[in-house]
Design a protein around this ligand. Structure first.
Ligand code: 9MR
Length: 564
């Protein structure tokens, strides 16, 4: 049962940047200003007075705000105290951000399907045999047929498992690998990509002369290409015929596997990612770049010939539906990637005639697998693409405009999270991290400190300054989530299995309470409190590739900014 936070002074349990904003929230019951003290090793370092605030819509908590930004001395073990209540200890420093960047990226190696996860790369605890390589009891993924017979089978081994389940979903895998690659592309444009380079991740490909981030991403890009049907369309997803339960290691999954039909969304998603990959592998592996670009162009043409082949919302037995009624955003994103990679006039015409072009593609709710237009804007804002300078300037300006809206909204919150909605959606932490990334891009484009601070506030929310008092990232902070919903990391259900490795982001509060545990334990919760660290509470505490890719992006940005 959720009983409220175990500490009544809520801080980022990991750390604050020496020169960054340092704010905290206290639950002291008084409505008048209270003295606070910041101590370290028993010595008082700073004192001040709280600012009382009435309850806000997101948390429902009347609180006191504390600002100790003036303290810039690096160190460990700071504690903030108001009255009888103290925070968890935390650091002032930046060293954790580099670890967060690599741990968050390492998650993707753990999620690999179709290959053994080796002790040399993850330690004995997390090593496991290959899953879904047609070794009994597995019945996939070497030659998988269609849910409704399509007259062929595909070899769709590989890729990343989506989440706590063993499905592989193109629209979600696609945005995730795009975001990991965008992190690299952004860094490369700034000359800071060494942090993601060869040998940084300890994966099987480390030492091959190719940046580890590209090798990890390629594992998924190759899978997306395998999902392409003979007609150029791409299958929406591959997963079990029936849902399995927890715990279950992937090589023990006995269910039959099947491909869902092709969809316009999956086809455009693959076109976008493969076009991006063609750019990034051009100088690394030209043959792969050529193969990716050919697949991207073929996919895009197939989607134009089949512009409204929507995924079935009822195709949700054994895996998630990932259905989406509006693919105009996927069209825009794919055209933007293809234009940026090829410069061809046909793609330019499709970009500039899209309803998303120079419109408010970005918004305060954020970016997810169903809403991909902002990904096109990220590429068009960051990567040279030959569009008129005034148009690029307009696209860039929107990042600051949207970021301003997030800052205004965060200013009214007692636990600021850049997320412009009263109801928190499934995967709200992923949306918060993505919006943190929008703030980060606004800082990149303008150099204005308020956007940098806003992006760090997003991290502070995720790492403990929130009304449930958890760090939502496993292994980070004094009270991180421990019971995330995952079939392999199900220690609570089978003590021979581990808990999640460090650097994995829980989905977080979901006001719709869409699983039986959440529905039973969280009735009436304020949006930011619709959370419980329970392994079966999959609608609030699962982990996914798309949420971790958002964390990778934000942590990579934050580590770089902190090191600068
Ligand atoms: O992240 C997805 C969320 O946006 C949807 O609302 C939800 C219900 O359809 O599904 C989520 O995705 C899950 C997927 O269906 C199956 N694998 C685990 C995903 C995360 O919970």
């Amino acid at each position: 049962e959720p009983t409220g936070p175990s500490r009544k002074v809520l801080v980022d349990q990991v750390g604050y940047l020496p020169k960054g904003p340092k704010r905290a929230t206290s639950l002291h019951p008084s409505t008048s200003p209270q003295p606070w003290t910041l101590t370290r090793g028993g010595a008082t370092v700073a004192r001040g007075t709280t600012t009382p605030k009435p309850a806000d819509a997101a948390s429902g908590d009347p609180v006191h705000l504390i600002d100790f930004s003036a303290v810039e001395t690096e160190g460990e073990g700071y504690v903030l105290t108001v009255g009888e209540e103290s925070s968890f200890p935390f650091d002032i420093g930046a060293s954790h951000l580099g670890d967060l960047r690599t741990d968050a990226l390492k998650f993707f190696y753990h999620q690999r399907s179709g290959t053994p996860i080796e002790a040399a790369h993850v330690g004995e605890t997390y090593a496991r045999p290959a899953g879904h390589v047609d070794v009994a009891p597995n019945k996939g993924d070497g030659a998988v047929g269609c849910l409704v017979d399509c007259g062929y089978t595909l070899d769709v081994r590989g890729g990343w498992y989506d989440a706590g389940d063993h499905g592989k979903y193109v629209v979600n895998g696609g945005i995730s690998v795009w975001q990991v690659l965008n992190s690299y592309e952004r860094a490369k444009l700034k000359g800071t990509e060494a942090a993601l380079g060869d040998g940084k991740l300890n994966i099987p490909e480390s030492g091959n002369g190719v940046p580890d981030v590209l090798d990890e991403a390629r594992w998924e890009v190759e899978f997306l290409l395998r999902m392409q049907a003979p007609d150029g369309m791409v299958h929406h997803k591959i997963h079990d015929v029936n849902w399995t339960g927890l715990p279950l290691l992937p090589h023990q999954d006995p269910q039959a596997r099947r491909l869902s039909p092709t969809s316009t969304a999956a086809t455009l998603n693959t076109a976008a990612v493969a076009a991006q990959a063609a750019r990034l592998w051009r100088s690394v592996d030209p043959a792969f770049a050529d193969r990716a670009l050919a697949a991207a162009e073929r996919a895009y043409a197939a989607a134009k010939a089949n512009p409204a082949k929507l995924a079935d919302p009822n195709d949700a037995t054994g895996g998630g539906a990932y259905n989406d009624n509006d693919v105009s955003d996927e069209f825009y994103w794919a055209a933007a990637e293809l234009l940026t990679t090829t410069g061809k006039s046909g793609y330019r015409a499709d970009v500039t005639s899209s309803p998303h072009y120079k419109a408010a593609a970005l918004n305060g709710r954020g970016i997810d697998w169903a809403y991909t237009a902002p990904l096109g804007d990220v590429t068009l804002a960051l990567v040279p693409n030959g569009l008129p300078a005034a148009d690029v300037a307009a696209t860039r300006a929107r990042f600051a405009q949207v970021a301003d809206g997030m800052l205004a909204q965060a200013a009214a919150q007692n636990y600021p999270a850049p997320y412009d909605t009263v109801n928190y959606d499934w995967g709200s932490n992923g949306l918060v991290a993505n919006n943190g990334g929008v703030l980060g891009i606004a800082f990149d484009l303008t150099g204005q400190a308020k956007y940098r601070d806003g992006a760090f506030e997003a991290l502070h929310y995720l790492l403990g300054r929130n009304p449930v008092g958890y760090s939502y990232v496993t292994g980070y902070g004094e009270q991180p989530v421990r019971n995330v919903h995952h079939r392999h990391w199900a220690n609570q259900l089978d003590p021979s299995l581990p808990i999640a490795p460090p650097g994995v982001l829980s989905g977080g509060p979901n006001s719709a309470l869409q699983d039986p545990i959440a529905a039973r334990l969280l009735q009436g919760c304020a949006p930011q409190k619709c959370f419980v660290d329970h392994i079966e509470a999959y609608s609030v505490n699962e982990v996914t590739v798309n949420w971790n890719s958002a964390l990778v992006w934000l942590a990579t940005w934050a580590a770089e900014v902190a090191e600068a």
